[in-house]
Design a protein around this ligand. Structure first.
Ligand code: HPA
Ligand code: ZN
Length: 345
């Protein structure tokens, strides 16, 4: 593929249509909205101001982030709170040329505070329908189980969610990775597969390659979220390449949570060069310094070996890796090709 001047490459990254497949909607809750909802709902926060909250975003590990992330989510009580949070994300996504997104939500973070699962799912599903009608974004929900809780708790959550089975397309596994391997959730994931749900799992963010193996072999994960530590295990890379198992990589998140010291030291180019089906995603954009295009821009800036062909591969992979129908994927790829042709002419 012909190279472009850097300014044109940056414009192409912004304008190319793309799918986002790894974004926790509770991680899109900006400090301003946290404070507005706290006031509206009478929730007392352990931070005096928006600035004081932002100043606390100095993470040293996944756990240090999760403690603040769960505190932020405590302001969500009503259907309209969940709607407003997701709607704010969809507006940002539309500005970033996102045409399809499969967003994670954590019901247990809310049901454990006494919020009904119906409140969570109905509020989020309403925002998804409106995103399609008003922004042209196709949006789907993936229910995540919190891996620091028990498999029995995951089963209870699945049971509560089943009346809303048609409102989400799959299940995932998130929260504290170390000490909570995928196989802890073998039975509940088997049940989810029987129900026809798609299955994905976070693995190989802080956890070892063995967790990626068990996400594949035990959970039968169709995508691996993060998965960046796969490069430590050549046999695992061969398996992921052969089966084209997508990795939903989140570059800014990885630096903020110290998975990599710097963006310049991120292994994204190596993952791409290994032939893996890699995608770029924002993870928790309100906490990690940016939405999807911020991730693309910062990553391509820090890693000058990334070029036009890599940009195309990342956008193409995002559609390929999605759970959207084949016809929709073909439409998005055609739109992608059109944008690339415009930049090359
Ligand atoms: N990793 C694990 N769990 C999470 C994350 C993450 O990056 N974000 C929200 N929950
Ligand atoms: Zn994540």
């Amino acid at each position: 593929m012909k190279e472009l001047p850097r300014a044109d490459l940056n414009a192409l990254l912004r304008q190319m249509p793309k799918a986002e497949l790894h974004m926790h909607v509770e991680g899109s809750l900006e400090p301003e909205l946290i404070f507005r909802l706290a006031q509206r709902n009478g929730v007392v926060l352990p931070y005096a101001s928006v600035e004081a909250l932002r100043a606390a975003y100095a993470f040293t590990s996944l756990q240090s982030f999760l403690d603040i992330y769960y505190a932020g989510a405590s302001v969500l009580l009503k259907q309209e709170d969940f709607f407003e949070m997701a709607w704010a994300y969809f507006e940002r996504a539309a500005a970033d040329s996102v045409v399809h997104t499969e967003i994670f939500f954590d019901p247990q973070t809310h049901t454990d505070r006494g919020v009904a699962i119906e409140t969570v799912i109905v509020g989020l599903a309403h925002a998804c329908r409106r995103a399609h009608a008003e922004l042209g974004i196709s949006a789907r929900l993936i229910l995540c189980f919190l891996r620091h809780l028990s498999e029995d708790a995951a089963f209870a959550t699945l049971e509560q969610a089943l009346p809303y089975r048609d409102q989400f397309i799959g299940v995932g596994l998130d929260s504290s990775e170390r000490g909570h391997p995928p196989e802890k959730f073998a039975r509940v994931f088997a049940r989810c597969r029987e129900l026809g749900l798609h299955v994905v799992a976070h693995a190989g963010e802080e956890g070892p390659p063995a967790y990626i193996w068990s996400a594949l072999e035990v959970l039968k994960a169709e995508r691996v979220d993060h998965g960046v530590r796969c490069l430590e295990d050549p046999a695992l890379v061969r398996r992921l390449v052969a089966e084209r198992v997508p990795l939903t990589v989140c570059p800014l998140s990885n630096v903020l949570l110290r998975v990599f010291d710097t963006l310049a030291g991120h292994n994204l180019p190596a993952l791409l060069d290994a032939g893996l089906c890699v995608t770029v995603n924002s993870d928790d954009p309100a906490y990690f310094g940016g939405y999807l295009n911020d991730n693309f821009a910062a990553t391509f800036d820090a890693l000058p070996q990334l070029n036009v062909a890599h940009a195309y591969a990342l956008a193409h992979n995002s559609f390929e890796a999605s759970f959207a129908p084949t016809a929709a994927k073909a439409r998005w790829v055609a739109a992608l090709d059109e944008v690339f042709a415009r930049f090359r002419s």
